[in-house]
Design a protein around this ligand. Structure first.
Ligand SMILES: [Zn+2]
Length: 101
């Protein structure tokens, strides 16, 4: 699982999923900010500015094909709050889909 933060078409930050289970609440980063959980999207959202775009990709473990990477509702909310209007993610077939917020 990886999330890529884009600003005007350029990669600003790449985040990975650091918690494979359920969202972990109350986690503090080295820079003093708090995150409600550690999904890949959340890792890049700390660097997001309004108008940025996010791409979320999930790889299947066995053959490294892309699969469903739609942000969960928690992440979707946080993405919305950060001012990002569009999320691009891979669906079950590894095709790009868009989420307009
Ligand atoms: Zn999430």
């Amino acid at each position: 699982m990886a999330a890529i933060l884009l600003r005007k078409g350029r990669v600003v930050k790449i985040g990975e999923n650091t918690d494979k289970t359920h969202p972990r609440f109350k986690r503090q980063y080295a820079d003093g900010t708090w995150a409600s959980h550690m999904h890949a999207e959340m890792n890049v959202l700390r660097f997001a500015e309004p108008g940025d775009e996010i791409e979320v990709i999930r790889f299947k473990k066995c053959n490294h094909e892309w699969t469903m990477a739609k942000p969960c509702s928690l992440c979707e909310n946080e993405i919305k709050k950060s001012g990002i209007k569009r999320v691009k993610y891979t669906n079950w077939d590894g095709q790009w889909e868009y989420l307009e917020l």
